[in-house]
Design a binder for this molecule. Structure first.
Ligand code: MG
Length: 309
């Protein structure tokens, strides 16, 4: 379908709204200011400031409002991955954000959380100091998680070490495991929200969108609509920061339990202290025990075996 995108000034958008008043549609796409149908063209004005003209008469209709020639070129150049770029005003929208924790840690699970934060909750949650869990101390994570969890709709998924190792053994990449967990958590939140409106979904980007959806190929339920990707997404919308905090708390909890079971203080990360702890586990509980505590395909396993001899 032919389409043209304009980024007119606010006053032009206001003029458009007046001009098309009689053709306004009551059902409008999420994240849009208004949606209009005129013969041969559907027009959607987004809160981000972009106005999308679609249909055979798109170019002609858009030409009434601006220099569509240059905009048209721009649109063609950015078509494809561009639909996954968050709108500029995303920080103020109602968003479901998702993030994962534990993927780079040898010991402990992989956890993924998806959190919905409505636009009218943003101000209050901003004030309690929500930010990327990587910037917070463990005790702050617990404090913030306990404040946030009762106020939001969220889902948390934990992939424990035995299951992680079984999937990896079958040849599943960590990237695919992440994609499956993000999709699952997002699905569960969207189901729980029911008719509650939201403007979009923001995934803290761990893979290019095309690869993310390739990982999900074959799944019966895939969350695709209004899905945006961004690296450092926790600084773009509070929902992702909240997701990272909730996922981090679950990871820390599980590390605590695992340490008790291992009778060793299991370190985070994948550095030399991790090799040493793994070597001690091998000596005290046998090499097989690592399946219960660690992501055994990491190179730490070989290093630990070497150290344990
Ligand atoms: Mg992340």
């Amino acid at each position: 379908m032919a389409q043209t995108v304009l980024t007119p000034s606010k006053s032009v958008i206001d003029q458009m709204e007046k001009h098309y008043q009689s053709c306004m549609q009551t059902k409008k796409p999420q994240g849009s200011l208004f949606f209009v149908k005129v013969p041969g063209c559907a027009i959607t004005a987004y809160r981000s400031g972009k106005v999308l003209f679609q249909g055979n008469a798109a170019e002609e209709e858009a030409s009434k409002w601006g220099n569509q020639k240059s905009n048209h070129k721009k649109q063609q150049r950015t078509t494809g991955s561009d639909i996954y770029t968050p709108p500029e005003d995303i920080a103020h929208l109602s968003i479901i954000g998702s993030d994962e924790v534990g993927t780079g840690d040898y010991f402990g699970p992989m956890t993924v959380a998806a959190v919905f934060i409505a636009s009218n909750q943003l101000q209050e949650l901003q004030q309690i100091g929500l930010k990327d869990s990587k910037l917070l101390k463990d005790w702050q994570i617990y404090d913030l998680a306990e404040i946030v969890k009762p106020q939001v709709t969220y889902k948390l998924l934990t992939l424990d070490n035995p299951k992680y190792n079984r999937l990896r053994e079958k040849g599943m990449t960590q990237g695919k495991m992440k994609a499956l967990l993000h999709n699952q958590a997002l699905l569960q939140v969207t189901h729980e929200l029911g008719n509650t409106a939201y403007d979009g979904i923001l995934i803290d980007q761990f893979a290019k969108p095309a690869l993310y959806f390739k990982h999900l190929a074959g799944q019966t339920d895939i969350v695709r609509k209004n899905v945006f990707f961004s690296t450092k997404a926790e600084s773009i919308h509070l929902s992702v920061a909240a997701a990272s905090i909730i996922a981090r708390q679950a990871f820390l909890d599980e590390m605590h339990h695992l340490s008790e079971r291992a009778e060793i203080d299991l370190p985070k990360g994948a550095g030399p202290p991790v090799d040493k702890a793994a070597a001690r586990l091998i000596r005290e509980k046998g090499g097989e025990s690592l399946q219960q505590f660690a992501k055994v395909h990491f190179s730490n396993t070989e290093k630990a075996k070497h150290l344990s001899r």
